[in-house]
Design a protein. Structure first.
Length: 202
């Protein structure tokens, strides 16, 4: 069961969460806390301080990246050769070299210093929100504004080439979440309640 605890009073929310987690521990049930990356260490520390080390047997603190690693290690495919930030910028540079002459609106930006880093960050953000080159291309075709249409077309071409080059060199951690979504659903990965906490937006 998915449990989302929300409200205006953070202290009341945390108290309710502690009550539910305590119930899981007492009844020897499994539960998961999904928190932002920056809250993972503090959440684990608070869990141990509140319920003791034994709480780790029942309560597992997860972040999206930790969830992906756990799911892929258990369900496959195991991905070890990840491209880091510097590698992504190199791939973005290569993408601009390959696609630059075929762009319209963004062609003038390809020679600008730092534009490769902007492209790499943009690709990562689009992936987090599930925007594939095909979806961006469809949005371009549907756009009525000609400048927006051209920009989206350029972006779809750049992201498609970027992914092609990246796939030849390694794996991208930004692809993991989309990859594991179906696996979590089809393999009954979670064996207990899921609590999503500490997110300002979701």
């Amino acid at each position: 069961m998915l449990n989302i605890i929300y409200g205006a009073d953070n202290n009341a929310l945390r108290a309710e969460l502690r009550t539910r987690l305590s119930s899981c521990i007492k009844s020897d049930k499994k539960a998961y806390m999904l928190v932002p990356e920056q809250f993972s260490v503090a959440s684990e520390r608070n869990l141990i301080e509140r319920f003791g080390v034994k709480a780790q047997k029942n309560i597992e603190v997860l972040t999206f990246s930790r969830l992906c690693r756990s799911a892929l290690s258990r369900l496959g495919p195991l991905r070890l050769d990840y491209v880091d930030g510097a590698g992504k910028r190199i791939i973005a540079e290569r993408t601009l070299q390959v696609c630059g002459r075929n762009l319209t609106i963004l062609r003038a930006n390809t020679g600008q210093r730092g534009f490769a880093a902007v492209l790499a960050d943009t690709v990562s953000e689009f992936k987090r929100y599930g925007f594939t080159p095909d979806k961006i291309r469809a949005a371009s075709e549907a756009a009525e504004d000609e400048e927006l249409k051209a920009k989206l077309s350029d972006l779809s071409r750049l992201i498609e080439e970027y992914q092609k080059i990246l796939d030849e060199r390694g794996a991208d951690a930004d692809d993991d979440l989309a990859m594991v979504c179906g696996k979590l659903r089809d393999n009954n990965f979670f064996k207990g309640d899921i609590y999503i906490s500490e997110f300002k937006s979701f």
